[in-house]
Design a protein around this ligand. Sequence first.
Ligand code: SF4
Length: 342
Amino acid sequence: MLYDFELDKARKSLPRYFRILEGKELPNFIKAKKLKIDFREEMELQELWKIHREAMVRLKKRKEGDGKKNLLELKAVIAEKMMERCELCEFKCGINRKEEMGYCRVKDSKIASYFIHLGEEPELVPSFTVFFSGCNFRCVFCQNWDISQRSVGIFIFPQKMARIIEEAFLNGARNVNFVGGEPTPNLPYILKVLTYLETPIPVIWNSNMYMSLEALELLNGIVDIYLGDFKWSSNSLGRKYSTAPQYWDVITRNFKIVTAHQGAELLIRHLVIPNNLENTRRVLRWIRENLGTQVRVNVMFQYQPYYRASHYPEINRKLNYSEMREVEKMVKKLGFSYALVG
Ligand code: SF4
């Protein structure tokens, strides 16, 4: 019963996603493939961006046009070229990822694991989840630190990964869920995989939302659901616990931008941190004031003091009962229609 109730809330909050699942609409990446254009791979990056911006205008007007290539291929080529001076996230290392790792510890994309995940939000499961290693954050309590803070796993050829996703879809996966670590450093690989994928499977971008503006442009018209983490309510908390400079400025900017992305929907996750209920209140207030009360928000109580949390006594424990009750009341009072709590 509870499951049906939650699904009903999700259906109201993510109507387009459900239309894709019902075969009434195509996922965004397939629409991007249908938009035909011409370009040459050897063109300068600046020229390719110009063609991209013109094509995005056509995508918005739903004009498929003609040409020998398509918008998704163009996005993949631009992302690949961006690796030579990587600015895919706001760390903007500017290094050549074809030769060395960035701050995120990603050079080539390495996949730590993939499987059909049953532990995500009810509307997402079963979710075919691809876990990349490496991350541009250093969250001191990271529960996936064994893959996010190390370069582990294997490179799988994009063609092969596309076949693996197709098989998962045939076996009942509702979506492909790119996570890590963090998917952003792996954007060139992910776009390449999608160029080989023919299955109408929705794409979930399961991310810390620290992408650069350029990466966001490439994601526009590709992602069906941004499954975005929103952890901190200030730049100083973001720096202290996730080592992310200008966290608040970047994340609030990016959440506003993706709400205007072509056909994209939003599911925001907020992890409640012990002794930090004011943080939760400020994050939720910002969401209410800027994204409204109809957005799907998952306010999570699963915090555990993993990784280096023992160096921070104030967060070196699980949530207690009274913190959970207080957050439940807070969410109710703020009036979110489709929130998940717990
Ligand atoms: S994705 Fe990695 S290499 Fe690229 S800018 Fe971010 S941290 Fe640096």
